[in-house]
Design a protein around this ligand. Structure first.
Ligand code: PMV
Length: 329
């Protein structure tokens, strides 16, 4: 039986430790947070795929490889909506039959900001279409589909974003060995968005170029990044926030060394540290986007206000254990 319309959602994430290094096989720690992307799937009478992103004000039709924009700039619409098409096609491959669909995406996750919005959208879309068409898919399947969609966003994703948006909670992620749930006590965090949109692909390419120019130097940084993650595992388990904060600062210094911080991030990070944060760093690809700051619960408001005062769109983030889920049928 095919249902009328199915909505699914998936969470955003913050990378606590190890972004960029993870692309080269090092471990990373990632946390799902309480901001979600929603996708609704409905059947169409024709064989077209219509995608509407409410929060981006973009919409258009896919007819096989052809794209026709309906709302927004054509190039931007195709770029932003293409990963959704890939996610839908992968679910239809599971089903073995092509159908026309209307997909509506609505996300509370800041876009191109390092919070994994594209992966959250892709996971939600895959689950909604699967739910609508009664396709039996495990979470592993949703993860793989969302990973394929992520490859459209940037060529060499580690898979960390699709993994966390699908499974939720906290994960220790490594490309070769996969990912496993990580035991953490509460991690009191502020997220500060610089409002500077950037491309993950551009930042990943920047790191690749630094690595090619200074292979032995970057090799040393990789080793340090690995040690930071290994040390953080215990600190998170024991809620040793002081150590977690120190390690965040060290991780940020490594990312600065790779050239992926910028002035907008440094403003917010310095403001957070001055206001009493135990540690602060950029999160995700950098070059703008978001930073995170760790603070004792009683200092969270103070750090939040300090980040807002220097122009950051800041909020307190809570870990969520809920990965991708069906919302309503
Ligand atoms: O989703 P973003 O833009 O926060 O970046 C993902 C993290 C990177 O390590 C920079 C890239 C990747 O694929 O792991």
């Amino acid at each position: 039986m095919v249902r009328m319309g199915v909505t699914a959602s998936a969470p955003a994430k913050v990378i606590l430790f190890g972004e960029h290094f993870v692309v080269y096989g090092e471990p990373a720690i990632v946390l799902a947070i309480d901001k979600r992307a929603y996708a609704k799937a409905e059947l169409r009478e024709d064989k077209l795929l219509h995608v509407h992103s409410v929060n981006l004000n973009l919409s258009g039709y896919f007819d096989g490889e052809a794209f026709r924009v309906e709302q927004g700039d054509e190039k931007r619409a195709k770029f932003k909506l293409e990963p959704i098409k890939v996610a839908v096609e992968k679910v239809l491959e599971f089903r073995g039959e092509k159908v026309g669909l209307d997909i509506e995406v609505n996300s509370t996750v800041p876009v191109a900001a390092g919070l994994g919005s594209s992966a959250a959208v892709a996971s939600a879309v895959a689950a909604a279409v699967g739910g609508l068409l009664n396709v039996k898919m495990s979470k592993e399947d949703v993860f793989r589909i969302s990973y394929e969609a992520e490859k459209v966003v940037h060529g060499t994703p580690s898979g960390i974003d699709p993994a966390i948006s699908t499974f939720g909670g906290a994960l220790l992620f490594q490309m070769d060995t996969g990912f496993k749930p990580l035991e953490t006590k509460d991690v009191p965090l502020i997220v500060g968005d610089t409002g500077v949109e950037r491309s993950t692909g551009v930042q990943v390419a920047k790191v690749r170029s630094v690595k090619e120019r200074y292979p032995r130097v970057v090799e040393g940084m990789m080793r340090t990044a690995r040690e930071v993650v290994l040390r953080a595992i215990d600190a998170l388990k024991e809620r040793d926030l002081e150590t977690v904060g120190d390690l965040m600062n060290i991780n940020h210094a490594l990312l600065c060394g790779l050239g992926v911080s910028d002035e907008s991030l440094e403003w917010l990070i310095n403001a957070a540290r001055k206001a009493g944060a135990l540690g602060a760093k950029l999160t995700g690809a950098g070059g703008g986007g978001c930073m995170i700051a760790l603070a004792e619960n009683e200092r969270l408001e103070q750090v939040l206000k300090a980040v807002q005062r220097v122009g950051g769109r800041a909020f307190i983030a809570k870990k969520t254990d809920e990965g991708v889920r069906i919302e309503q049928t």
